[in-house]
Design a protein around this ligand. Structure first.
Ligand code: SF4
Length: 425
């Protein structure tokens, strides 16, 4: 299988060719080659695009999974809307948007153009991470090749912090303020940038729109299941600073394939954190027998989030990793709401104490209940979900940790104590 090597946030990033979005990995990403491969860009009306994205069950791929057709309906028909491509990729372990923008930038830009034209929008804002220079270069090159009449592109760079990709944080950035979440009383599709309806979605979502428009709903559906047509991008790999687990890969997987086909035997031998830093721990053997499907994962109390899958292996300690991640998340909030100002730092202390051998499980249960559902955004809920899954899905490993029997007590290596990956801790 063709794979291209890029420089990802945690070292080498291998991007594998896939069936729809990543079918041209290794080929010239320029506009002429892109059009020669895929043909001209269709331009459906708003009604046709809504029908198409409903048929393809296209959902936001930044973590929330909101149906795109509903956003299109809400944003269309009123004041002239604005389109925003969110590729801020604030989730430290995610690199799928980076892979798309470096290797298939015109697919993302095509999707934004289709949506903008259907809505009658005249401006498209594109938000990329300030700390990934290769993305900046790729996007600059791709935009320089395009000549859309009547459309203005605006570029923004988000600081590399966890909450910077949240929808309201992105709108703050567009307004010239720091990219931090704020309370909003209406969805951004109704009232967003400068009070206009704003169709904001993740970069991968726009790539799916462009692919779906070109291949049609039947061919798109052939890659997935009746409930979840098409494919999804996964970032599989390591943000753990562990030489055995350096690097990561981005793969495009048809919905309905098994995680056991996507991950290798060593990756499912230990616990896996599915859904990234706001995700859930699950024993690898359990994950291997589940399909790549947000519906199936949800029915098991799991979430795919932005498609981040982090295998820990058999030598890693999930208690230690959770303590490190919660420490990051407690410091990454905007510090405006009570659960983040008080609750997350207290939760971080309680999980660190657990890591140091103190049995703080009751205190942790108390704190995750207190912070859940009380923030202006989902940051406290996501952090609580991660910690709750440690206790509920990996309870036996927590017992082993407290009894001094777990991997971090048996295998002493400097790298294990090194913490979560570079640049985010
Ligand atoms: S919940 Fe936390 S991250 Fe979200 S807006 Fe409030 S303080 Fe900021």
């Amino acid at each position: 299988m063709t794979a291209v090597r890029l420089l990802g946030p945690f070292g080498e990033l291998r991007v594998h060719a896939g069936p729809l979005l990543l079918d041209a990995v290794g080929s010239d990403p320029g506009l002429d080659a892109h059009l020669a491969r895929r043909g001209p860009l269709p331009q459906p009306t708003l009604a046709a695009l809504i029908a198409l994205t409903e048929a393809g069950a296209v959902r936001g791929r930044g973590g929330a999974g909101f149906p795109l057709a509903r956003k299109l309906r809400a944003a269309g028909g009123g004041r002239r809307p604005v389109v925003v491509v969110d590729a801020a990729e604030g989730e430290p372990a995610s690199a799928k948007d980076q892979a798309l923008l470096e290797l298939a930038p015109h697919l993302v830009l095509d999707g934004a153009v289709v949506v903008a034209r259907a809505l009658g929008a005249r401006e498209i804002h594109l938000v990329t991470p300030a700390d990934r220079g290769e993305v900046r270069t790729a996007v600059g090159g791709a935009l320089g090749e395009r000549r859309e009449r009547g459309l203005r592109w605006h570029r923004h760079e988000a600081a590399p912090r966890f909450v910077a990709g949240q929808a309201r944080a992105v709108l703050e950035l567009l307004a010239g303020r720091e990219a931090l979440p704020v309370t909003a009383w209406e969805p951004e599709a109704v009232r967003g940038h400068r009070g206009r309806p704003t169709l904001l979605s993740n970069a991968e979502t726009f790539a799916h729109v462009a692919a779906l428009c070109r291949v049609g709903p039947e061919a798109y559906a052939a890659h997935g299941t009746p409930l979840e047509p098409g494919t999804t991008l996964l970032t599989v790999g390591a943000c753990w600073r562990d030489p055995d687990r350096a690097g990561a890969r981005v793969v495009e997987v048809g919905h309905g394939r098994w995680f056991g086909e996507v991950l290798d035997a060593a990756e499912v031998a230990g616990p896996v954190l599915v859904g990234g830093f706001h995700g859930t721990w699950v024993p690898g053997a359990d994950l291997a027998s589940l399909p790549v499907s947000s519906v199936a994962l949800r029915s098991r109390g799991l979430t795919i989030g932005a498609g981040v899958v982090l295998p820990l292996g058999v030598t890693g300690c999930p208690v230690r990793r959770t303590a490190e991640v919660v420490d990051v998340l407690a410091r990454e909030s905007s510090g405006r709401c009570g659960p983040c100002r008080n609750g997350l730092p207290a939760l971080s202390v309680a999980v660190c104490t657990l890591d140091e051998g103190g049995d703080t499980r009751d205190r942790i249960e108390q704190l995750v209940t207190v912070v859940t559902g009380r923030g202006a955004c989902a940051h406290p809920d996501g952090t609580a979900r991660l910690v709750r899954s440690l206790l509920s899905h990996l309870g036996g490993l927590v017992d082993d940790h407290l009894a001094g029997r777990c991997a971090c007590h048996v295998v002493v290596r400097p790298s294990v104590a090194g913490g979560v990956g570079a640049g985010h801790v």
